[in-house]
Design a binder for this molecule. Structure first.
Ligand SMILES: Cc1cc2nc3c(=O)[nH]c(=O)nc-3n(C[C@H](O)[C@H](O)[C@H](O)COP(=O)(O)OP(=O)(O)OC[C@H]3O[C@@H](n4cnc5c(N)ncnc54)[C@H](O)[C@@H]3O)c2cc1C
Ligand code: FES
Length: 351
């Protein structure tokens, strides 16, 4: 089995806003939960024979790996968000895949003098909060800018924590607080749009624009607006990291794959696993059909939980919104949208 599963106990529940709740989770075995800021947990629910998975970003500030926090926003008609908010209590146990995801900081440059912009809306603050607090605590030279869009002050997740951080790190943390329907006098109604962003970025930039990194997380239209604006301003695509919470239906398979049965070898630490795959099944679908537990969450090429390294052979992907050009050069592939063009060898990072 390739996938590693955690059993997590709910150690506490915090109502953040009327529609968002944080769950503090600890490993029932008492082990630390090892994650990088910006990563997510994929919760696994069994409804009879039917398995349902949903990912939730870790929103914890640094300091306590014994207990991690996820923050779940209620989605109208949502199956799992409503289940969690309405029926889960302190002490309940939830199964989860090990923390995963590529919405993380490139470690090599951790304390470089550079600007890191976080562009978040609504529950998109969850991975951003973990990232920005960790950067502020663990570096001395990095300048951090947050542009955070919300419907109202009351619906702003982590508002009071952000106010404290803004005061504590006033020399190198700047928070642009956008509220569409303000309740307080100090706010005028403001929505982050391309014109505002185009003015905000140069005004808040302190270091070389070529070293700037952008982290974007929010609803699809917000993410599109941010991405296009940043690219039009002349930044490179590699400078933008994106985390999608809303996954569209899986993309159609590419029409170029020869429908010949291919052998997949998954190299394991103890033993190798072999299975066959044939177009139009993806590598992940073929594995799951045969009862082989490869990791996955969205099944739509957006979250990167299923990422593997192709150490031999060739894989084509029908879409890719998370792997960078460098990742692809390193041989990384998304098995949920990946098709084997030859016999292939896959390796997985161990949880
Ligand atoms: C990598 C990753 C990290 C995530 N982190 C978080 C997080 O930190 N906090 C959080 O609250 N959610 C997060 N999500 C979203 C979460 O996984 C679920 O998709 C969300 O809770 C809805 O699940 P559901 O079962 O309630 O809704 P479903 O029953 O799956 O969907 C019901 C309807 O809501 C729409 N929908 C699905 N997701 C969303 C959404 N996020 N916003 C608006 N409409 C939606 C669907 O298209 C569908 O029409 C993350 C998703 C990914 C892929
Ligand atoms: S499972 Fe989400 S990208 Fe493959």
């Amino acid at each position: 089995m390739v996938e590693h599963i955690l059993n997590l106990r709910i150690a506490g529940i915090v109502q953040e806003t009327a529609t968002a709740v944080s769950f503090l989770l600890e490993d029932t075995a008492g082990n630390d939960i090892v994650y990088k800021p910006g990563q997510f947990l994929t919760l696994i629910f069994n409804h009879g024979l039917h398995e349902v998975r949903r990912s939730y970003s870790i929103s914890s500030p640094p300091g306590n790996n014994n207990q991690v926090r996820i923050t779940v926003k209620r989605v109208h008609n949502g199956e799992i968000s409503r289940l969690l908010l309405d029926h889960y209590h302190t002490g309940d146990i939830i199964k989860a895949a090990f923390p995963a995801g590529m919405f993380v900081l490139d470690d090599n440059k951790a304390d470089k003098a550079r600007d890191i912009f976080f562009l978040a809306a609504g529950s998109g603050i969850s991975p951003v909060f973990s990232l920005l607090t960790s950067i502020l605590h663990n570096t001395r030279n990095t300048s951090v800018v947050l542009a955070y869009q919300n419907h109202s002050e009351r619906e702003t997740i982590f508002r009071s924590e952000l106010e404290e951080i803004a005061e504590k790190f006033s020399d190198r943390f700047k928070w642009y607080d956008f509220v569409s329907y303000p309740e307080a006098d100090r706010h005028s109604s403001m929505r982050l749009n391309n014109e505002i962003l185009e003015a905000l970025i140069p005004a808040a930039t302190r270091y070389q624009p070529a070293d700037t990194v952008f982290f974007v997380c929010g609803p699809p239209s917000f993410m599109r607006m941010c991405q296009f604006t940043i690219l039009l301003m002349g930044y490179r695509a590699a400078q933008i990291k994106k985390e999608y919470f809303v996954i569209n239906t899986p993309p159609p398979p590419p029409l170029i794959v020869n429908p010949v049965e291919r052998m997949v070898k998954v190299e394991g630490t103890r033993e190798d696993i072999y299975f066959t795959t044939v177009y139009p099944s993806t590598i992940l679908e073929s594995a799951l059909e045969k009862g082989i537990a490869l990791p996955y969450s969205c099944r739509g090429g957006r979250c990167s939980t299923c990422v593997a390294k192709c150490a031999g052979g060739e894989v084509v992907m029908s879409m890719n919104d998370v792997l960078t050009e460098a990742d692809i050069r390193d041989g990384l592939v998304l098995t949920c949208v990946g098709y084997a063009v030859t016999d292939i060898v896959l390796t997985y990072r161990q949880g």
